[in-house]
Design a protein around this ligand. Structure first.
Ligand SMILES: NC(=O)c1ccc[n+]([C@@H]2O[C@H](COP(=O)([O-])OP(=O)(O)OC[C@H]3O[C@@H](n4cnc5c(N)ncnc54)[C@H](OP(=O)(O)O)[C@@H]3O)[C@@H](O)[C@H]2O)c1
Length: 325
């Protein structure tokens, strides 16, 4: 098969490589489309290695057809149209997924649309709803509201009854977040978010913050959380070392939760996917929630697609097509 390989100068090439072998409890997917995640950019630079046993090829999600079924797989059969969360290996013609990380393509979505879903919806579902136990009516802050994660988060907050505030990097992104369902927000290049977010938080404060920024936002995040608020840290785009106001943590009985999806066990990911299939997939099938795709490019242009994501100009996902979908 062909896959995207990284040379010594970190350039990307679509080259012949070995087709992965399917194991017990796994399926082989003929990939029609995959999508870019920020983590791929880090992996390319050598900072986010795949977990043990995972493909060294980049790519945390894909959509395509089941091409081979491993032993002890009950649910899937050849030709099924699926999308999957992957520990790696999505930037290729074939990828291996654990059977519990695979879901049917919802409704009549194309493979390109379906490939944009697994990583961001599973991450937001896991962190807002399973880890932080967000309840309807609780207020949320989503930093990087125009990211793949943010655009999934806005829609899930709206669909499950939680008003949300976003931070973004341009006025245009802010308008698009508001149109998608965010209730308020601010442009990080124009003003710090604290004052406006405090107005949004009101007396009761924020219930849950989903934060991929980290260090530079920690103080303001803790300030904005209400009693028993939860901060879920999913990235460190703003630095990994900072001071923490411990009296505030104690006084408000706050929780700061660090979370990664990729390194969890297959069984833990299967629980996230199953919960999402029950609660989120029907909302995709009815189009209450939709894939937000900035653009779709052929995988042979992976280098340019990465540059586009790194420019911070994207709104939603950048998809890469592997065959016509
Ligand atoms: N822990 C996990 O399991 C997990 C899983 C998936 C993703 N993540 C994390 O979630 C984040 C979003 O991922 P994604 O793939 O959805 O990203 P994405 O679509 O590439 O969007 C990232 C956006 O973050 C904003 N940004 C960049 N640098 C920033 C900074 N220093 N401070 C504040 N905002 C900044 C930019 O938007 P603006 O310019 O509009 O602000 C950028 O477009 C990443 O940090 C990723 O690592 C974590």
């Amino acid at each position: 098969m062909k896959g995207i390989l990284i040379d010594d100068d970190q350039q990307l090439y679509w080259q012949e490589t070995e087709t992965p072998q399917v194991g017990t409890g796994q399926v082989l997917i003929k990939v029609h489309a995959t999508a870019i995640n920020r983590a791929d950019l880090m992996q390319r630079r050598g900072f986010y290695p795949p977990p043990p046993g995972a493909s060294t090829i980049m790519g945390l999600e894909c959509a395509g057809e089941i091409a081979e079924v491993g032993k002890e797989v009950d649910r899937w059969k050849l030709g099924d149209r699926v999308c999957a969360l992957l520990p790696g290996g999505g930037y290729a013609e074939y990828a291996i997924a654990h059977e519990g990380s695979v879901l049917p393509v919802p409704g009549s979505f194309s493979f390109a649309e379906a490939a944009s879903l697994p990583e961001v919806f599973a991450t937001v579902w896991l962190n807002l709803f399973m880890q932080a136990e967000l309840t309807p009516g609780e207020k949320v802050i989503l930093h990087a509201g125009g990211s793949g994660i943010g655009t999934a988060g806005i829609q899930l907050c709206k669909a499950f009854g939680s008003p949300c505030y976003v931070t973004v990097g341009s006025d245009e992104k802010l308008q698009r977040c508001l149109a998608l369902g965010a209730d308020a927000g601010s442009n990080r290049h124009v003003e710090p978010f604290l004052d406006k977010a405090r107005e949004f938080a009101g007396q009761e404060g924020i219930g849950v913050i989903l934060d991929p920024v980290g260090g530079s936002y920690l103080k303001d995040n803790l300030d904005l959380l209400g009693l028993e608020g939860r901060l879920v840290l999913i990235g460190l785009m703003g630095g990994g070392v900072t001071e923490i106001n411990l009296p505030m943590l104690l006084g408000k009985r706050l929780q700061v939760i660090g979370s990664t999806l990729r390194t969890r066990t297959d069984q833990a990911k299967a629980r996230v996917m199953a919960d999402m299939e029950e609660k989120v997939w029907p909302k995709l099938e009815s189009s209450e929630i939709v894939p937000i795709i900035h653009t779709s490019m052929p995988i042979t242009e992976a280098g340019a697609a990465h540059d586009l994501v790194a420019s911070d100009a994207t709104f939603g996902k950048v998809v890469m097509t592997v065959t016509d979908s």
